[in-house]
Design a protein. Sequence first.
Lengths: 372, 386
Amino acid sequence: MNYQLESAELMLREAAADFLEKKVNGDRIRSLEKSTSGFSRELWEEMAAMGWMGLNVPEAYEGHQAGFMYLVVILEQIGRCGLASPFFHTVALGNELLNAIGSDAQKTAILPRVVRGEAILSVAYAGADEPRSPADLPLEATADGHRYRLKGTCLMVPFAHIADHLICAARIEGQGCGLFLLDPDTPGLAIKALQTSADDRQYELVFDDVVVGEDALLGTAGDSWPVFQRLLLQAAVAKCAELVGGARRALEITVAYSKERVQFGQPIGAFQAVQHHCANMLTYLDTSALITRHVCRKVHAGTANVADMAKCKAWVSDACRKLLLLAHQIYGGMGFMEESDLQIYFRRVKAAEQFCGNASFHREIVARELDL
Amino acid sequence: MFLDDREQVVLEEVRRFLRDEVTPDLVAESLHDELLYGGQLGRKFIRKFAQRGWLVPTWPREYGGLESSQMLAASIKHEMSYARVPMTFPGAFQGGPIIMKYGSEEMKAEFLPRLARGEIEFALGYSEPSAGSDLMNLRMLAEDKGDHFLINGQKTFTTQAHIGDYHWLAARTNPEGRKSERLSLFVVDFKTPGITVRPMITMAGTQTNDVFYDNVKVDRRYLVGEKNNGAQYLMSALEHERTFPYGHYLRFFEELVDYTRSARRNSKPLAGDPLIRQRLAEHATELEVIKHLYYNIAALQDEGRSSVYEASMEKVFLSEFEQRLAATAMEILGHLGQLKGSNTAAPLNGLAEYYYRWTVIETIYGGTSEVQRNIIASRGLQMPRA
C-alpha cells in the first residue's frame, strides 16, 4: 500500500495549488455565482494554458496522456478552492467518453479544441434518478432510416448553456444505450436553467423530437452501456478527489478559527467538545483521502473493480457531508453567513455528494457485489 | 500490501502455518483468554509460530527478528486475526521495544530473545484505581533503597496478570517531581514475594485482575533505563506498534453476509430487505476504510514518519465499528442472536452475542475513545490544551 504521491504528481499539485490560490478565492466565487454565466472564460483559458484540459487526452489529439492520477491531483485542488466550472464534465467525463468510444473523426474534431481551451463539453444522461440500467435513461432514441429521433428530458446537466458539444445518453429500442454527440443549438432542443443549492449552473435539457444523423452516434451503433456505466463509476471516484479537496480546506479554516475565536477566556479549540468534533472531522477527512488515493491508483493502473469504486464514493460522499456539518457547528454564526467561505464548501460538498449517485446508490452496488 | 518478494514469501508461509496449526480448540481458548496467549494451547502455538521470527519480524536478527518492514509485521498480524487468533503481545509489542531502546545490555539479553521466542509474556501494569486515563497521577510507590526498590500499592485492570510471567510496571520514584519526571518503569517477576493477584471478571466472561504490592523488593537491575524517565519512555512508546488488527471482524462479517444470503424472515428472503442490504454494504465499506487506516500506519512507520494520531484514529474507528457490526448481527439474527455458542441452535457459533458484549470493552481498554480523540486533536491538529 502506498498512499503518497509520486514526485511528478507532487509537482503538478504544487503548480495547481499555487495557480488556484492566486486566481480563485471566496470573493471571486461569490461574484461568479452572482454573474449571468457563472463562468469565467479568462480563467478557463488560463487553466487550458496550464495543460489541464489534455491530461487524459492521447498525444495524437494534442494531449499529454498523463493518466487518471494526474487528473485527480488537479480535481483535488479544484475542490480545495471551491470553484464550480465545466472542468469536471469536459475533462473527467467528456474526454474519457470520447477516448473510449468516439471515432477517430470525432476525436480529431473535438479533443484538440478541448485541449486548447476552445471547446467545452457537457454530458446529459440522468432524469429524476441516477440510472442503473439503459431502461432508466430518460432520453429515448428511435431509429428512422439513417437518422435518430430523440425524445425526453434530461436533468442536472452542468454548464449546458456554454457547452460547445453535448454528449447525451439515450436508450435505443432493442440495442441498449447509445451516446449521441450534439450541438447545443440543434433544433428541437431546449436548454432551461435549474436553480440549485450550490448555484453551480445545472440545466434541464428538453428534447422535443430532435433529429440527428447516425453520424452523431459516438462510435458505432450498439450497446455503449457497459462502457458508459464504467466511466460514470470512474467519474464518481474522480469526484471523490474533489470532495476530499473541499473537505480538507473546510477542516483547515475551521480548526484555524477554533484556535482564534476566544470565549470564556480561552480559544474555543481548547474545549474538549470542540476538539472531539475536530477529531471526528479529521477522521472523516483521512479515511476519505486514504480510500480515494488507493482507488484512484487502482483506476490509474486499470485494476479497480466495481466494488472498489462504489465503496469509495459511498464512503467519501457521507464522510465529507458529515465533516461539513461538524465544521458549521464549530464555526457558529460566522459560518453560515454569505461572506463566509465555509458555506461555499458546505454547498459544493452536498452537490458533489449527489453527483453520479449518492452513498445509498453506491451501497446498493456494493450489496450486489456481495451477492446479496 | 506493499511487500517485496522476500517478504511476500514469508507471508505465504505464515498463511500456510495458520491453516495447519489453528484448531477450533485453540480459537476457543484464545477467545476465553481475551485473545491472549497465556493458555496451554496458545503458548504451544506461539512458541512454534515465533521460532520463525514471526512474532517480532521488525526486530534485529540478534534479538530474534527478521529486520523486516512494518508492512510485513502488520500483514502477519492481519493473517493471525483473520485466522481467529488475533493475539496481542504486551511484552513483544510494547515492553520489548522500550527495553530495546532504553534498557541496559544486561536487560536486553535477559528479556528480548525470550520475548521474541514467545517463551515469556508481560502484563501491562499501568492502571490504578485512581489513575486510568490520567496515568501520570498513578500512586504506586517505588522507594529507592540503593541495590533494590521497595514497591507498595495497587494496580487494577492488569489483564494478563494471571497468565503472564512478568509485570511491566509503572511506579512513582520521585513523588514530588514534575509530572513528566515522576515515574520509572520496572520488569517484575510475578513470583516475587509480596505480590497478590485477585481476579476481576468482565461482562464478556473474560478475566482481568487487581494486583497488590506489599513491600515487594525489586532488584535495581530490573529498573528500565534511567530512574524517573518512565513517562518519557511511555510517550515514546506511542510511536511503536499500537495497531489493532481487524481480520477477525472481517471474517465474522463474511459469515454474517453468508447467513443473510440464505436466511428468511416471515417467509421473505432477508437479503431482499433494502435496510439490511444498505447496512451490510455500509459495513463492507467501513471494513475497506479500516484496511487503509491499518496499513497506512505501517506505511508511515516504514517511511520513518510519525503515526501517533493515526494509531489513535484506527483504534477509535475500528472499535466503534465493531460495536456497530455486533449490533447489526444481533438485529439480523433476531432473538436467536442472544444464544451463546454453547447452544446447538446458536447461529454463527454464538459469536454475535459474544461480540455484542466484548466490543463494549474494546472502546475502553488501551485508552477510551474520548482519550483517543484528545490525542487526535492535539497530535493531529495541534489544538490547544484546556
